[in-house]
Write a new protein. Structure first.
Length: 294
């Protein structure tokens, strides 16, 4: 079954109301609606009020270092006066408590020039069914060269194992972290090999001052052209309860020509089953690779 669905961004922009989101499957549609509602509040009121509406006391913002979002927003944060954003990617896990949105944004301080970027939000759903920010990060760029279609992954109704043991849940997260560590080890030896092995075919690459890219071939071609090599050190992981998605975060060292720059990174992973010789093999692949200044 193909989980990737595409809607024309032209249609998205021309029908930004509830009608469009009603056409999207219900589960991922609820997440897109939460993201859209917050964006609308930012426009109608302030970005500060919009962010306050979608966080709790455990939410994390990267600004660019990681901070507690609740404390940050209640301590005169340095955020734009104007902030617009538009999701172009969304997913929801089978367990419905884990989701991701990502897309373009424009922001501006009063009296300053309009600036552009990309955002990534990993969401958690509370017991009342409300989507709240788990982590949110942004990268600045010069604006998009072209439009992305909206892509989304709607969870299936297929069965998944419901673990009760905290130990077992931690073990499942460790599997993803060890996968990221393995990738990091391969990156030290050979970047192309690592990315060829661990990236999904439709990976999105979000990197500062670079137009967002979609596709493994495009990302690898860009790294080669820029003579860029990347090394990463994984630090944390979180996996959906249903086990089908996860994210890892850590630090990255990027070498480009004669420059060495330190970044933070977030990777969004999907667990997929590949059939080969009538044997199913589970693989973790990266859906989003995001790096941003420390």
């Amino acid at each position: 079954m193909n989980f990737w669905n595409r809607l024309s961004v032209v249609a998205l922009m021309s029908t930004m109301g509830t009608t469009l989101y009603a056409q999207i499957p219900e589960k991922v549609g609820s997440l897109l609606q939460a993201d859209k509602d917050a964006a609308a509040l930012a426009k109608a009121s302030t970005p500060h009020q919009a962010f306050l509406s979608i966080i709790d006391k455990e939410s994390t913002f990267y600004v660019p270092s990681a901070v507690n979002a609740y404390n940050y927003l209640n301590n005169r944060p340095n955020i734009p006066d104007v902030l617009n954003w538009q999701p172009t990617f969304a997913l929801v896990a089978k367990s419905l408590e884990f989701g991701v949105t990502s897309g373009s944004m424009d922001f501006q301080k009063v009296g300053a020039r309009l600036r552009h970027g990309e955002y990534l939000t990993v969401w958690k759903r509370n017991k009342k069914g409300k989507w709240l920010v788990d982590i949110r990060a942004e990268v600045e760029n010069n604006g998009r060269d072209g439009d992305f279609d909206l892509e989304f992954i709607e969870p299936t109704d297929s069965w998944y194992l419901k673990h009760r043991s905290k130990v077992r849940l931690n073990q499942r997260e460790d599997i993803v972290l060890e996968t990221d560590k393995l990738m990091s080890t391969v990156l030290k030896a050979d970047n192309p090999t690592a990315y060829k092995e661990f990236l999904s075919e439709d990976v999105r690459f979000l990197f500062p001052w670079t137009s967002p890219m979609e596709g493994k071939d495009k990302m690898m071609a860009y790294l080669k052209k820029q003579r860029m090599t990347i090394e990463t050190v994984p630090e944390e992981v979180k996996r959906s309860y249903s086990g089908d998605f996860a994210y890892t975060k850590g630090t990255a060292t990027v070498r480009q020509k004669d420059k060495v720059v330190k970044y933070n990174y977030i990777r969004v992973w999907q667990l997929s089953e590949l059939a080969k010789d009538d044997v199913k093999k589970a693989n973790w692949n990266i859906l989003i690779e995001m790096m941003f200044e420390k």
